[in-house]
Ligand binder design. Structure first.
Ligand code: HXC
Length: 519
């Protein structure tokens, strides 16, 4: 073959590979309101930055006459490119080829990009849209999944791993995304479950739709499997780009610092007014967060799950920061099983990737009751305590209002490695709330008081006495547990100056194989 013909052959093959499963299947994909694997990559990466690997890979399966049907690339597009000029590795499953199902060679392509990402220390993004294990291949596809899982596990805490679910993701395939740091799901066009509705019906008799069993809303609100519920794929892509802007390339690098145009000493008078006079009245902690961060930008993670605690990323003077904050506006900001798990995972992510942590506290305590106890609130609450207690990144804690009991300790208190612990003058730091404390301390006296008026007067007096003593930050400050009591409107400046002072913090944990966090 003449050289020019060889070049033409290459170009033809590239055109063919880029067509995936062909025009008809691409059209079918668009009909479902979905983009193709390649369109998604084009939207995600900086223009013209994509370098593809393994475009000419085909499967090696001869079962069921499959050798007669081969597609260049074998159903997954892999390679690397840049996002805001920083390198990322990625794979994008192509539903137009065998329903994006995973073969031995498909898995090898994914493993190659994951290995490359680990070698160079760059994030991996996986776009999932697949019918699961390629049925014709049998066990080789199961082995292929396991190869990917192992890489997900070893990469955990070394490079950021992000999974977008833009279509089906079922069976064991769900475990790769579950092993990654962040999962995004597109609304109404994606689902994740271990077993689909048909098998569920056969095994348990439960009649349930795909959407109700494992749709994006379910995983964003009930299971917590998904961190971001995206209106559509375009929004999902924007979230991935935004998320990466807060993250370092790997665990040995610092997160990217950007210029900040928001004055660091901006005083916010509204914060002096935000805490209601009545301690039982709520307020929106997000108003506090948006007010103190750079340019009112906050990327909330798990927005729809365990809303009694808020977690997400923002910047202070251009430095990426993880924020964990109780939300008095939802269940009074109480710590329960879901909130503890959500926050613990986030704290651990930040610590693994050198992201400083700001904790805003207004917590009445742990949610009491048999439901929580039977569900293991002790273990789940311990997770959050463990996460804070082992984290070595700079940590600033501000107590805005309530900080009671075990929840006080858990929420990044001084003795669990809080580096700078501040309180607003409205803070109440105590073993428990006044009413509960009076019930315990004065139980005998209360039993003797049969006249309701006399009893109410007595309780009032005792509550006032208790509040005067404990419903303030001064007792904790007297012991040095609180480093300073700050004016609310000055919080932004104190946080920025605090983190600046902690930038060179060095702290490490004792050598060990790994910790045994309560799971
Ligand atoms: C081979 C598959 C496939 C698969 C889909 N296709 N899934 N080929 N192996 N797993 C092919 C179809 O034959 C079809 O080919 C094309 O992909 C599109 O599929 P459709 O069914 O036409 O699309 P749609 O109606 O949108 O339905 C999508 C779907 C359905 C819901 C994903 O295809 C489906 O139920 N697939 C099987 C899912 C499954 O049970 N997978 C195994 C899970 S167990 P043509 O040529 O007609 O276009 C598993 C174990 C992993 O994954 C364990 C890891 C530890």
């Amino acid at each position: 073959m003449a050289n020019q013909d060889k070049i033409k052959e290459l170009i033809d093959k590239r055109v063919q590979a880029r067509l995936g499963g062909g025009e008809k299947r691409i059209e079918a994909q668009h009909q479902k309101g979905k983009f193709t694997a390649r369109e998604r990559i084009d939207m995600l990466l900086d223009e013209g930055s994509f370098e593809e690997f393994d475009m000419f890979v085909t499967h090696r399966c001869t079962n069921f006459g499959l050798e007669k049907t081969k597609f260049l690339g074998d159903g997954v597009v892999t390679g690397h490119g840049t996002i805001d000029g920083r390198v990322v590795y990625l794979f994008s499953q192509d539903f137009t080829v065998f329903g994006g199902s995973l073969s031995e060679t498909f898995a090898q392509k994914i493993c190659k990009v994951m290995d490359m990402a680990m070698k160079v220390g760059a994030p991996v993004i996986g776009i999932n849209d697949s019918g699961g294990a390629r049925i014709q291949e049998g066990v080789t596809s199961l082995a292929g999944y396991a190869e990917i899982f192992e890489r997900n596990i070893l990469a955990s805490g070394v490079i950021p791993q992000i999974s977008a679910i833009f279509g089906p993701c079922a069976g064991g395939a769900v475990y790769s995304p579950a092993l990654t740091d962040f999962v995004l799901m597109s609304d109404k066009s994606s689902y994740m479950f271990v077993t689909g509705p048909k098998v569920v019906k056969t095994v348990t008799g439960e009649d349930i739709s795909t959407e109700d069993l494992g749709g994006a809303t379910i995983h964003a609100t009930k299971s917590g499997v998904s961190h971001f519920l995206c209106e559509d794929e375009k929004e999902g892509i924007l979230i991935i780009r935004k998320l990466l802007s807060y993250l370092p390339q790997n665990n040995l690098e610092e997160p990217p610092i950007t210029p900040c145009s928001d004055p660091i000493d901006r005083l916010e008078d509204s914060l002096n007014e935000i805490i209601p006079e009545n301690p039982n009245h709520p307020y929106d902690m997000k108003d506090v967060i948006y007010t103190i961060v750079d340019s009112q930008e906050f990327l909330e993670v798990h927005r729809n799950y365990a809303k009694n605690i808020i977690v997400g990323f923002a910047k202070f003077n251009g430095v990426p920061t993880g924020i964990i904050a109780n939300q008095p506006n939802y269940l009074a900001g109480v710590l329960d099983i879901e909130a503890s798990r959500k926050a613990a995972r986030f704290v651990r992510f930040c610590d693994a990737f050198n992201i400083q942590i700001l904790t805003l506290v207004d917590v009445p305590g742990f949610l009491p009751g048999s439901g929580q106890e039977y569900g293991g609130i002790i273990i789940h609450g311990a997770k959050l305590m463990f996460a804070y207690g082992e984290a070595t990144v700079p940590k600033i804690t501000i107590t805005l209002r309530k900080s009671y009991g075990g929840a006080h300790d858990v929420m990044s208190c001084k003795q669990l490695r809080g580096d700078l612990n501040y309180a607003w003058p409205t803070a109440e730091i105590a073993v428990m709330g006044a009413s509960g404390a009076i019930e315990v301390l004065e139980g005998r006296k209360l039993a003797e008081l049969t006249d309701p008026e006399e009893r109410a007067k007595f309780v009032d007096e005792k509550v006032t006495e208790y509040k005067d003593k404990f419903a303030n930050p001064y007792q904790a400050a007297a012991y040095g547990y609180i480093d300073d009591i700050i004016e609310p409107r000055n919080s932004r400046f104190r946080i920025i100056r605090g983190f600046e002072s902690l930038a060179t913090k060095k702290l490490s944990n004792p050598p060990k194989k790994h910790c045994n966090i309560p799971l």
